[in-house]
Design a protein around this ligand. Structure first.
Ligand code: H2U
Length: 354
């Protein structure tokens, strides 16, 4: 029997995390009698007087938001990291019970003054303002912090606490575990090939095309070969860009365009406001304890959505995934094909309103 990765169980290697993922394409026909979640239907006002993030409203800590008209950033009132902390003596600790003090900062980014919009429903101009804010925030915070994690949790099932379109930034004085692995993987590939891992990967994907969802002059979006989440996406620049601070004006605009298209596809897939966690991985900031040589880094964004087969049936990372390794049924190629088949320009909700 000839091995066919679209039919037969196999493992694929994630070169960023250096982990394998089990792919079981033969299982896609199994019946589902598991959890059904209530479909998420939202009808929201453009301005909600009870929302902590709307312009002019009072936040949970009593501060008042300005009457902002595009984007707005503020320090998280319930920050997980604090900028100052005592110096701890950690020289004589048990090697099985290690501890490290950390310092950092957390910010909240409002994407729009409109409470009722999500990124795919915003204009490309409005999304460009979010992109520019991401770039400016990285440029500022990377001067002080080793790691600047820009991310968005979208949708109640991803733990998003507020419907107002927003994201977050957490900065730390150290490389967190996952970025540390991604740093090491890219460093080692660069040492062997004198070329960034993800630039070579983008070129390979562009030649192949099977996992490509969208591409424009500056950016490429694929369901990565090693995707774990069913409709995971990886967004990559087409030239060597180490971090958001290097993204120029035309690239910001075309990034906004491709974001609008891929997120419209997400919403159209199951005709729902598609939940996900997304975030940027990019070169560490300039800090004395980090090697200044950062050419092995290639800027990229991950999109990790939990939905599996409808707006109510999600993928659970449990059992084998928790105890052994990640697993998926639908292949990355099948997922990309489904995302290519739905519109990237007409949002399902807009066409219903016509
Ligand atoms: P999430 O929806 O991803 O949880 O992000 C919302 C963040 O906004 C959350 O971290 C902060 C929460 O701490 N927040 C404030 O800083 N002030 C508020 O008045 C409400 C929420």
């Amino acid at each position: 029997m000839q091995f066919d990765p679209l039919e037969h169980p196999h493992r694929r290697f994630n070169p960023l995390l250096r982990q394998w993922v089990l792919v079981s394409p033969h299982r896609t026909k199994r019946p589902w009698q598991g959890k059904m979640e209530a479909a998420y239907r939202s009808s929201r006002p453009e301005h909600d007087p009870d929302c902590y993030l709307c312009p002019g409203n009072t936040r949970a800590n009593g501060e008042t938001n300005p009457v902002y008209t595009t984007t707005h950033v503020f320090n998280n009132d319930f920050a997980a990291l604090l900028p100052d902390g005592p110096v701890a003596d950690i020289t004589s600790q048990n090697e099985l019970m290690r501890v490290q003090p950390v310092t950092g900062e957390c910010r909240v980014i409002c994407f729009s003054p409109c409470h009722d919009l999500t990124m795919p429903e915003m204009t490309a101009d409005a999304i460009t303002a979010v992109v520019s804010l991401w770039c400016d925030q990285y440029a500022e915070l990377s001067q002080r912090y080793t790691w600047v994690q820009i991310f968005e949790n979208k949708g109640e099932i991803m733990g998003c606490s507020n419907e107002h379109p927003h994201g977050q930034i957490w900065c730390t004085d150290h490389l967190p575990s996952e970025p540390a692995q991604v740093d090491a993987s890219q460093r080692s590939y660069f040492a062997d090939h004198a070329s960034p891992l993800l630039l070579d990967y983008a070129e390979t994907e562009l030649r192949d095309g099977m996992r490509t969802i969208e591409a424009n002059n500056h950016w490429l979006v694929v369901v990565p070969y090693w995707a774990t989440w069913p409709y995971e996406m990886l967004l990559l620049p087409r030239r060597h860009l180490r971090h958001l601070g290097e993204v120029d004006e035309p690239e910001r605009r075309s990034l906004a365009d491709i974001l609008k298209r891929i997120l419209t596809r997400y919403d159209n897939l199951f005709e729902t406001s598609f939940p996900y966690s997304m975030g940027w991985h990019q070169a560490p900031g300039v800090s004395p304890d980090i090697d200044e040589q950062r050419d092995h880094w290639q800027l990229h964004a991950h999109f990790y959505p939990p939905l599996l087969r409808s707006s109510t049936v999600r993928k659970f990372m449990v059992g084998y995934e928790m105890l052994a390794e990640g697993q998926r049924d639908i292949t990355a190629e099948q997922a990309a094909e489904k995302l290519r088949r739905v519109s990237g320009t007409e949002h399902y909700a807009a066409s219903r309103r016509k």
